[in-house]
Design a protein around this ligand. Structure first.
Ligand code: AMP
Length: 543
């Protein structure tokens, strides 16, 4: 027997409709690329999202066609979030920190039809546009009078000209809630990047979950600053959850330095902020020397990399700000766990509470997790046994876009590539990574790419790249090198060898360490854990 309730599809357009009707005068404030502050309301977001939808219709874009963005956090990006997905197209947020060749590869793989970009990224667009064979329309996200002359980009149009001419009425289409809504590429450990393709249903369910009190605890009383970029996993779902709750949104644009972020928090009475540890490192670094205080900030969600204990303490003890340590992945929309205490923890000492807070946290309803040992057997939740972390749930990928990499699931579970413990209360703690990648300032560096470049040098017999701790960037890559017998090459020569290769500047290793041998396992695979142990006393050269 079926239930007798209405079954409206869960569609992203309903979020902006809701925000317009119930929170029409709630503000959305953006620092623009031009440096000034732009201020309007959800009513305006809704009207302009409908103009975006009309503009896409005018370009004759079909259902599920991809519209790419290369943009900072800002109001135009938000309009694209709703206008592109709401009208049935797929929003493809591209990471501008990638090497231009990777950006071109991704745009072609996604078969993007339109590219909307902030003027900051014009040099990237100029470098890649001729290689992007599927993009027919180039839109600069700027006012008409800011459109650069002689950009070299065919038929470049300003965003304001593009959407400005369109009516702001539009009947959002209704369709299957499982239809694709947006996509995000994640750097693979091997081979090319792969895309998570989110659906309307997964996005809405994630938006509900993200707003819950034990998750991000968002409400119509909040003023939210997502510092996490909107090209990272839909900025952790915040744009959708903000519309769902009617929270004020504050976008930092390109100004992510400590001073700019601090001033924005204070000026816009931000109560809640989200970002990777590196950003907060810069913020606290700016505040400390002048003994600056927060007037309104109450909570900050920190994730993407492990949150250093000193940061939790500093926010909590020095500034009275609660840190919510979060763990997730691009493949998980991204939220998986969040660390908040339970009722029974409230009486604990500060030290005991801290031990819990350092963990990545408890699973959100909707996310199942388990840890598995080398023998494939599930391990106990005792806080000691550690194994590969697997997850499943309605906002976790089933497979990658175009089936890349084959079936990623093992018995219906997604292997995260993280190694973790889970305690009896369900708190998960990451202890290691089984995937061969380095995360620096919240962005991935593929160890394999770095090693492949090194071994292409005629004097290199073997190369192994590992991440070493860094106070600002969390991790930085270094490469252990075994030279070929009788061949000589210096550290400087090898570092110079990375110039002009397909790695972004910030992905080039910080150091080269010459070793006699690199530890190998039985199957000839480099034993990174052993290498990390051997180099445990290694210190990065002073910058
Ligand atoms: P991404 O797909 O870029 O969001 O990266 C996801 C990966 O980042 C996870 O699989 C972890 O390896 C790492 N990660 C994310 N959040 C945390 C965290 N709170 N602590 C430790 N590692 C994290």
């Amino acid at each position: 027997m079926l239930g007798l309730m209405q079954s409206q599809p869960l569609l992203i357009s309903s979020l902006i409709d809701f925000a317009e009707r119930h929170h029409g005068d709630a503000e959305v404030v953006s620092r623009r690329v031009e440096g000034d502050l732009h201020r309007y309301t959800y009513r305006d977001v809704a009207a302009r999202s409908r103009q975006v939808a009309n503009a896409l219709d005018a370009l004759k874009l079909g259902f599920s066609d991809r519209v790419a963005t290369l943009a900072w956090n800002g109001y135009r990006h938000l309009e694209l979030y709703f206008g592109v997905s709401g009208s049935g197209r797929v929003l493809h947020t591209v990471n501008p920190r990638l090497h231009p060749d990777q950006i071109a590869w991704i745009a072609n793989h996604a078969e993007d039809q339109v590219m909307c970009f902030d003027l900051t990224f014009l040099p990237i667009i100029q470098a890649v546009h001729a290689k992007c064979t599927t993009i027919k329309h180039w839109i600069a996200m700027c006012d008409a009078d800011r459109l650069p002359a002689d950009s070299g980009i065919p038929k470049l149009t300003s965003y304001e000209t593009w959407v400005g001419a369109q009516p702001d009425t539009y009947a959002w289409p209704s369709f299957d809630e499982n239809s694709a809504s947006s996509m995000c590429y994640t750097s693979g450990t091997t081979g090319n990047p792969k895309a998570a393709l989110y659906s309307h249903r997964s996005t809405i369910l994630h938006a509900y979950a993200a707003a819950l009190p034990d998750v991000m605890c968002l409400s119509a009383r909040d003023s939210i600053l997502p510092v996490v970029p909107m090209f990272h996993v839909n900025a952790w779902g915040i744009p959708y959850s903000a519309a769902l709750t009617g929270a004020k949104l504050v976008f930092p644009g390109p100004a992510l330095d400590g001073k700019s972020v601090y001033e924005l928090i204070e000026a816009e009475k931000v109560s809640y902020a989200a970002g990777v540890p590196t950003v907060w490192q810069m913020l606290l670094g700016h505040m400390k020397p002048d003994n600056l205080r927060f007037t309104t900030l109450k909570r900050t969600v920190i994730g993407g990399s492990a949150c250093p204990p000193a940061m939790i303490t500093a926010f909590n003890d020095d500034y009275g700000v609660e840190v919510l340590h979060a763990w997730g992945m691009t493949e998980m929309s991204p939220l998986g766990t969040l660390c908040t205490l339970k009722n029974k923890h409230l009486e604990m000492t500060a030290d005991e509470k801290m031990k819990i807070r350092l963990k990545q946290g408890r699973a959100i309803y909707g996310v199942d997790m388990k840890i598995v040992g080398d023998d494939g057997q599930e391990l106990p939740w005792d806080g000691k046994a550690f194994g590969d972390l697997y997850v499943r749930g309605p906002w976790i990928v089933r497979e990658y876009f175009k089936g890349e990499g084959g079936d990623p699931l093992v018995d219906g579970w997604f292997p995260t590539g993280d190694v973790a413990t889970i305690d009896a209360d369900g708190y998960m703690q990451i202890t290691d990574r089984s995937k061969d990648v380095i995360k620096s300032g919240g962005e991935w560096i593929s160890s394999i790419d770095i090693e492949n470049i090194a071994v292409a040098h005629p004097a290199v017999a073997m190369a192994a790249c590992i991440g070493v701790p860094h106070p600002k960037w969390d991790e930085r890559p270094i490469v252990a090198i075994v030279r070929k017998p009788g061949m000589d090459v210096t550290r400087e020569e090898l570092l110079a060898f990375y110039q002009g290769k397909t790695v972004a500047k910030w992905q080039v290793p910080d150091d080269i360490v010459f070793v006699d041998a690199i530890p190998l396992g039985a199957t000839g695979k480099i034993l990174k854990t052993r290498l990390r142990e051997i180099l445990k006393d290694y210190k990065l050269p002073a910058a």
